[in-house]
Design a binder for this molecule. Structure first.
Ligand SMILES: [Zn+2]
Length: 560
């Protein structure tokens, strides 16, 4: 937690930079950090041993340790010894409230069977008041022997009265028991289906308990509303866990106006441990809000909202991703567009008119094409600096791969999605289309910028896993040997760049963060090992010793 209130004025910064000098108010307000190595991610000066920053958290100088200590003789000394310092890691796509709420819900990831799920739920329910909804997340039928969607009946014996509502690992399907379905006012039986979603039904038209994509809203809306304290608590828990993993920034991919209020309250109290770049949830009134109020930045320097998050399709795991041709393993099914092309074009045109950055979730090759078409239409003259993004950009038709670079569209991708999906992704799309899937190398080589992230809590918030997945394309056991579609691997340096400078760029923040340079913020991570010297296989075992934001320690690993 920060112990001092830090503010800086844009004019002071600009004046100092213009004058070519950067002098602190008094020399004792300076800290000189020394380490075995500091990887700056600045090509002009990639590796130094020391960095000086002032008490507002702005970097004053980088260079030789002895030289900086003699230049700032009064400075406090922060000695990282043998450690390695890297710029603070930025997750370009995560869900902070979801991460916090996940810690407040039953954890169902990595369960080997439905029995194990019921077991975990029974334990979790002991702490709940009678009648309260039992919420959980993280189930994945692909992890179970039968590999089929579960049903309400699987939960009803253990929970005949308490509503149970369990989100699938990818967030694109939910599993309800009968008590939860009974609370829904609308009659769920029959053969009707909601737009952009599907109610799984049996032969008699009875819902079986699984609700895909927009259908999940039927159960969500039957749940009692979350109070503001719970919502704020979720943000706090999510941010706390982010800094514990070496993150100094998160692009929160879908923030409602009420969540923004929660962040604002935390920022007003100087309780934001890291920077949040909020992508406003596009299904609410956030676009109108930004259009009316302008791009938003809190004056603590840690909270911004100037982008809009849209969804064009669902996820590959639940076959909700929109494909140009049938799913390879499900003839006749091409997935779902959650937003029709004309509607998407209308929204992005409005966003373009208001100067709002657009970031659209697209998984399937059809979904990605629809988004590229809409972006191309919104920028007929082209623009090099709109920084519009595709979130996931998971499966692209080969002829669409170069379009991201041509249209200056940022590929906001999550390396761990590839390694989580690799056991079944090719089954879904077949051998031809897999060539354009999770195609980091092809995209990067085509000139597109890769902003990397995790999509937590769908995947772990831990960026070490993202670096490891990016550089190896294997699971934790190193399988498949040599990596899955190994031609798409990134180097450790390129992966690090995706989690630092290019993620910063995707949030219009590369002048402030993303690398360690004079005038930028002292956001950095102290590691026990050098990520650019160890083998790729060791990246998942890096030790985060401490995390600093604005030169303040926001996390330090407990000593053992
Ligand atoms: Zn997401």
């Amino acid at each position: 937690m920060r112990n001092t209130v830090k503010r800086w004025s844009m004019t002071a910064v600009a004046a100092a930079v213009l004058a070519g000098v950067w002098l602190p108010a008094s020399a004792s307000d300076v800290t000189v950090l020394t380490a075995a190595r500091i990887h700056t991610m600045d090509t002009a000066q990639p590796r130094v041993q020391a960095m000086a920053f002032d008490d507002t958290g702005r970097i004053l100088a980088l260079g030789d340790a002895a030289e900086l200590r003699s230049r700032y003789p009064q400075a406090a000394h922060l000695d990282a010894g043998d450690g390695t310092v890297i710029p603070g890691l930025i997750d370009a796509h995560g869900h902070v409230a979801g991460l916090g709420l996940a810690q407040m819900r039953a954890q169902l990831a990595d369960t080997a069977s439905k029995d194990e799920i019921v077991q975990r739920l029974r334990e979790f329910a002991r702490e709940l008041p009678p009648g309260a909804w039992l919420l959980g997340r993280g189930w994945d039928q692909n992890d179970w022997p039968e590999q089929r969607f579960p049903t309400a009946a699987d939960l009803d014996a253990a929970f005949p009265d308490r509503p149970v509502w369990l989100e699938r690992i990818d967030g694109h399907a939910g599993w309800a028991n009968s008590a939860a379905m009974e609370v829904v006012e609308r009659d769920l039986t029959g053969d009707w289906q909601p737009d952009g979603g599907r109610i799984e039904r049996d032969a008699q038209g009875q819902p079986t308990g699984v609700f895909i994509d927009s259908a999940a809203a039927l159960i969500d809306s039957a749940m009692p509303a979350m109070d503001a304290d719970t919502a704020e608590r979720a943000l706090e828990l999510g941010m706390r866990s982010a800094v514990e993993h070496g993150l100094t920034g998160v692009h929160d991919a879908g923030v409602t106006l009420s969540q923004l209020r929660g962040y604002q309250a935390l920022a007003d109290r100087n309780e934001m441990p890291l920077r949040i770049y909020a992508l406003a949830a596009g299904d609410g009134d956030a676009l109108e809000w930004i259009c009316e109020n302008g791009l938003y930045a809190h004056d603590d320097g840690r909270l911004q909202m100037r982008a809009l998050k849209l969804y064009v399709d669902g996820a590959l795991g639940s076959r909700g991703a929109a494909m140009i041709q049938d799913y390879h393993d499900d003839a006749g099914n091409r997935g779902l567009l959650l937003t029709e092309p004309a509607a998407l074009a209308g929204i992005v045109e409005r966003a373009q008119g208001c100067g709002v950055q657009v970031a659209t979730h697209a998984i399937g090759d059809r979904g990605n094409r629809v988004v590229l078409d809409a972006y191309a239409q919104a920028w007929p003259e082209g623009s090099t600096d709109h920084r519009w993004r595709i979130e996931h950009a998971q499966i692209l038709a080969p002829q669409d791969l170069p379009r991201l670079a041509e249209l200056n569209v940022i590929a906001s991708m999550q390396p761990t999605h590839a390694t989580s999906d690799m056991p079944w992704a090719e089954e879904r799309v077949g051998p031809e289309r897999i060539v354009g899937a999770y195609a980091w190398r092809q995209l990067r080589d085509s000139g597109a910028r890769l902003a990397l992230g995790s999509d937590f809590p769908v995947e772990s918030v831990d960026p070490r896993l993202g670096l490891f997945a990016a550089a190896t394309r294997t699971d934790a056991e190193g399988m498949p040997a040599g990596g899955w579609l190994p031609q798409e691997k990134l180097t450790a340096f390129e992966a690090l760049r995706g989690f630092t400078l290019d993620a910063a760029y995707a949030g219009f923040a590369e002048d402030e963060v993303g690398s360690l340079e004079v005038g930028k913020r002292a956001d950095f991570v102290l590691l026990a090992q050098d990520p650019l010297a160890i083998s790729e296989q060791q990246l998942r075992d890096l030790t985060v010793l401490a995390t600093y934001v604005d030169g303040d320690e926001v996390y330090r690993a407990p000593r053992d």
